[in-house]
Design a protein around this ligand. Sequence first.
Ligand code: HEC
Ligand code: HEC
Length: 82
Amino acid sequence: MKKTWGFIVFVAAVVLFLYLISGKRAVYVPGDAVHAGITADAVCRTCHAPGMKSPLKDTHPPKDQCLTCHKFKKVWKAEKAK
Ligand code: HEC
Ligand code: HEC
């Protein structure tokens, strides 16, 4: 019986761990002219920094390396190839 409980606790811990690392999904970078062709984070910050045109919310997750989380839509890449 003890073994069974140990197993249940283990499974619950694994499920909880996976839930915690799954996180919130970052929104896509809009496929508009403003965002086309940007590859450097420094460029993102010229608009998405405090006091700039479109600052990030205070609740925004860690702000380093925008493009690790925010992907360009495939649609946009296809547009570019034309
Ligand atoms: C020239 C200014 C400018 C630059 C540079 C810029 N953005 Fe933006 N961005 C905006 C503006 C203005 C909006 C809101 C209007 C829109 O959707 O285009 C926006 C919207 C967004 C959104 C969508 C927000 C939402 O609520 O849907 C994301 C994600 C984003 N930008 C990420 C980036 C990333 C990542 C970079 C760098 C690769 C970047 N932006 C560079 C001006 C800029
Ligand atoms: C760790 C992953 C991660 C990184 C790195 C990251 N973002 Fe985000 N971003 C997110 C998530 C997740 C959301 C959605 C937040 C929400 O819905 O509350 C978001 C939301 C946004 C939005 C929508 C408006 C807002 O403030 O919620 C913009 C614009 C944005 N990010 C731009 C950027 C830029 C520019 C950078 C680089 C300076 C960046 N992000 C780096 C994960 C990330």
